[in-house]
Design a protein around this ligand. Structure first.
Ligand code: SAM
Length: 386
């Protein structure tokens, strides 16, 4: 009869990119333990053992880290939305700088800046977009690593307008399953899109500097209402001014309008048709002086057949997957003096930076933006120069 391995004592040293605490077993293997904090001493029950690493669950906190706190959310630990509610906010920020540094050094093989600044705004009440689910009479969010719904009336990371919507939905749960995409604009207008065939909802509007930005239902937008203005400004400063700029993954134009005032020619690539339509609308509504060409095609297609003369600057803001295979090589071949890379995944950023730096680019600045407090997600802004 198989016997269960007895729990082991683990000292947690750091936090991994996925959010779990990281410690070492007596045999030297790394062990990943969710809901822990650096400085914790915990008793761990191993749930998965591999040759080089293991995973476990806390069976007892023997000595809590000084960075531990009581989570501001009553369903922390059950809800899959936030993995770091139990960690003090300054320690979350330090962990994000550490994860980014580790990726730059280990994956890109570069010397990371001695200090990586992490820009942040408010740690709660920031999120202006959310997916909400209903199941078996409960309304809320998905449980950690599960499709089950964890019911709740309120969520501390949502902006007040979306909390009000969540509260109303939770008061009258539908029968069966449902899914909503909630979004709120800068004027407080809320879009509630019921996901499914024929889904319809209204557009919302954000402000980027002086410019209004229309975001159609389901189109990506920067969801941190408190910090996105700083991100737009930092990206604008990183791009500077010049003759020609190429923007890949332009979305509805969050950065494009600023580029249209700083460059004479803007080429914007965005594969989502609805986002590209909003981009066209937003550029004409803002009456930007630049000559703008929009390519509603995938970046990979554009990079396989780039148009026009060499850009001075390339700005890119890809999804988590980073550039496609062969993308960094094709990007380097464009020969722009400066590449401004906005990334939401340190691992794919570092993978792409490795190739770009092998082709002559130098990482000249790196900043993180905490767009998703209480979670391990990290947004990074990297500037590369030739
Ligand atoms: C992280 S969002 C950034 C959008 C915009 N920069 C912003 O800040 O709102 C990534 C964008 O890339 C688009 N996208 C995803 N895959 C793409 C691809 N292969 N080629 C071009 N655009 C793509 C998405 O539709 C989305 O608008």
């Amino acid at each position: 009869m198989a016997t269960e391995t007895p729990p082991v004592v683990v000292e947690i040293d750091s936090l991994a990119a996925g959010g779990d605490g990281v410690g070492r077993l007596a045999d030297g293997r790394v062990v990943f333990v969710p809901w822990t904090a650096p400085g914790d001493q915990v008793l761990v029950r191993l749930t998965e053992e591999r040759k080089r690493f293991a995973r476990g669950e806390v069976s007892e906190v023997l000595r809590p880290s000084p960075d531990r706190r009581s989570p501001p959310c009553p369903i922390a630990g059950e809800c899959g939305g936030c993995a770091w509610q139990h960690i003090d906010y300054p320690a979350q920020l330090a962990a994000k700088a550490g994860i980014l540094r580790d990726a730059i050094e280990r994956i890109a093989g570069l010397t990371s800046p001695a200090e990586i600044p992490v820009r942040s705004a408010t740690e709660l009440g920031y999120r202006s977009r959310a997916r909400v689910f209903a199941q078996a009479g409960e309304v809320g969010f998905r449980r950690m690593r599960s499709h089950e719904v964890c019911g709740t009336q309120a969520c501390p990371v949502l902006v007040p307008e979306l909390n009000a919507v969540l509260g109303n939905l939770a008061q009258a749960p539908p029968e069966g399953e449902a899914e909503w995409l909630l979004a709120v604009g800068d004027g407080g207008e809320v879009s509630i899109r019921v996901d499914g065939p024929g889904a319809k909802a209204s557009a919302i509007h954000l402000r980027v500097g002086e410019d209004p930005l229309r975001i159609g239902p389901g189109v990506f937008f920067q969801a941190n209402a408190a910090l996105r203005g700083q991100l737009a400004q930092a990206v604008g400063e990183a791009c500077g001014r010049g003759e020609r700029v190429l923007e890949l993954y332009a979305g509805a134009g969050f950065f494009t309008l600023g580029l249209g005032r700083a460059f004479a020619q803007v080429t914007a690539v965005e594969s989502n048709r609805r986002a590209a339509r909003d981009l066209g609308h937003n550029l004409s509504a803002a009456d930007v002086p630049a000559d703008v060409a929009i390519h509603p095609i995938p970046t990979e297609d554009y990079l396989a057949d780039p148009r026009g003369p060499r850009p001075d600057v390339v700005l890119l803001d890809p999804p988590r997957t980073g550039l496609p295979k062969g993308g960094p090589e094709a990007l380097a071949a464009l020969g722009a003096e400066r590449i401004v890379y906005v990334s939401c995944d340190p691992a794919t950023l570092a993978r792409d930076l490795r190739i770009l730096t092998e082709r002559g680019y130098r990482l000249s600045a790196l900043t993180a933006f905490d767009l998703f407090p209480q979670t391990p997600h990290i947004e990074a802004l990297a500037i590369l120069t030739l």
